[in-house]
Write a protein that binds this ligand. Structure first.
Ligand SMILES: Cc1cc2nc3c(=O)[nH]c(=O)nc-3n(C[C@H](O)[C@H](O)[C@H](O)COP(=O)(O)OP(=O)(O)OC[C@H]3O[C@@H](n4cnc5c(N)ncnc54)[C@H](O)[C@@H]3O)c2cc1C
Length: 374
């Protein structure tokens, strides 16, 4: 048995995406070095798997020089805009950025290491991969949502193709598409299909493009609203708001989509843009659940029932705050790192720098009641 197998890590981070890499850098700032990041594929794997044409909706701009962190940055002082020279990166571009950042900080990352199970006994975590069992005092779950799509919203969902499984919209065969879901991914799919001169009918149970909220976790981003005003979008895409799809079936090679008892037909598997179940469901035994199914967290994003177990990334929820974008959930990196450093008896003085960049450090406190997030 190697010495590594006998040792106990101070922290194991599960997942090498934006959240895992970002929180790992915060751990370094907190003076913690006995940790490892376990990544089932490669750093940035989810971003690398986005459809070719899909780009970030949040813009990157090199604003760091005046102390305003680039919206897509995961670490203080880092600006993807500066290093990539692009405002709305593709997934593959951002994956390359994440790899470069991980390598710059010399993060201890083990790729091709899938975490299969986590249990807790005698105040320690046992983290099982395919080949070994590792021990840790703390675990940060940062395995994301993208690789865990929501596939079973209604009978016949299995006939659909989820946006998370599409390699390129241009290369999809067919001329007449039905998209189910009209939030960011659905509008993105419609935009690229329309650009490639395909006809699109898009159904949503609500009407996200008319939502008046200023929070892009609820309403469509400006980037998407702008795209919807392109001539080819208006010509090729027909929107069906307040039209929940209740079933999809396949008859004689054609797909039938049922909405309000009416049937819409297409030759192409309907595109499902219905969001993600999320990886947090794999560790639900270690968290209490909120009414909406998301993990219930302390003010330090720790499990309320398994001390030492933390959550990082887009599944973090506090009351009605949804931290689903990088610029939102990165606010929690230093909070988690500080809580773990405190538990290890480390002063974590360097984390004060996060506060200077407008990041949270002690609790959920934000900039006040006026803030759009609050
Ligand atoms: C189409 C699309 C567009 C988006 N646009 C934006 C945007 O413009 N701006 C923005 O801020 N956000 C955007 N988001 C959201 C953003 O991509 C996610 O919030 C982000 O990917 C979450 O990062 P993460 O690290 O939590 O998850 P991921 O990026 O999914 O990383 C999780 C990592 O964990 C690994 N993993 C999973 N399971 C295991 C396991 N069992 N063991 C070990 N490793 C595991 C995965 O391989 C992956 O590398 C977009 C999302 C999508 C789908």
């Amino acid at each position: 048995m190697s010495s590594e197998l006998n040792s106990t890590y101070d922290v194991i981070v599960v997942g090498g995406g934006a959240a895992g890499v970002g929180v790992a850098i915060a751990l370094l700032h907190a003076g913690i070095d006995n940790f490892v990041v376990l990544e089932r594929h490669a750093v940035g794997a989810s971003f690398a798997a986005w459809p070719e044409e899909t780009r970030f909706i949040t813009p990157s701009f090199p604003s760091n020089s005046i102390g305003i962190l680039d919206l897509n940055s995961i670490a203080i002082g880092i600006s993807p805009a500066y290093s990539m020279e692009v405002e709305h990166p593709t997934g593959k571009e951002y994956a390359a950025h994440l790899k470069a950042v991980a390598s710059h900080f010399e993060l201890p990352i083990r790729e091709r290491t899938k975490v299969k199970q986590i249990s807790r006994s005698d105040g320690e975590f046992q983290v099982r991969t395919g080949t070994e069992s590792l021990r840790a005092k703390h675990v940060i779950w940062a395995a994301g949502e993208f690789q865990y799509p929501h596939l079973s919203s209604f009978p016949g969902s299995e006939f659909c193709q989820h946006t998370a499984t599409i390699g390129s919209y241009e290369e999809l065969e067919g001329d007449d598409f039905i998209i189910i879901g009209g939030y960011e991914s659905g509008i993105d799919a419609a935009y690229h299909l329309a650009f490639n001169e395909r006809r699109v009918r898009l159904f949503d149970s609500g009407c996200p493009w008319k939502d008046t909220s200023s929070d892009p976790s609820v309403a469509l981003s400006t980037y998407s609203l702008e795209r919807m005003r392109e001539d080819w979008f208006e010509e090729q895409v027909k929107l069906f708001p307040h039209s929940p799809v209740t079933a999809v079936s396949k008859t004689d090679g054609r797909y039938e989509v049922t909405v309000h008892g009416q049937t819409f037909r297409t030759d192409v598997p309907p595109v499902l843009a219905g969001g993600f179940t999320g990886s947090h469901t794999l560790v639900e035994n270690l968290f209490e659940q909120r009414d909406d199914g998301y993990p219930l967290l302390t003010e330090h994003d720790e499990s309320t029932i398994s001390p030492g177990m933390f959550l990082c990334g887009p599944a973090v929820r506090h009351e009605n705050h949804v931290f689903c974008f990088i610029y939102k959930y990165r606010q929690r990196f230093a909070v988690v790192a500080k809580a773990i450093a405190t538990s290890l008896g480390l002063p974590a003085e360097q984390l004060e720098e996060y506060r200077q960049w407008g990041m949270y450090l002690d609790d959920l406190s934000c900039c006040g009641d006026e803030c759009a997030v609050c």
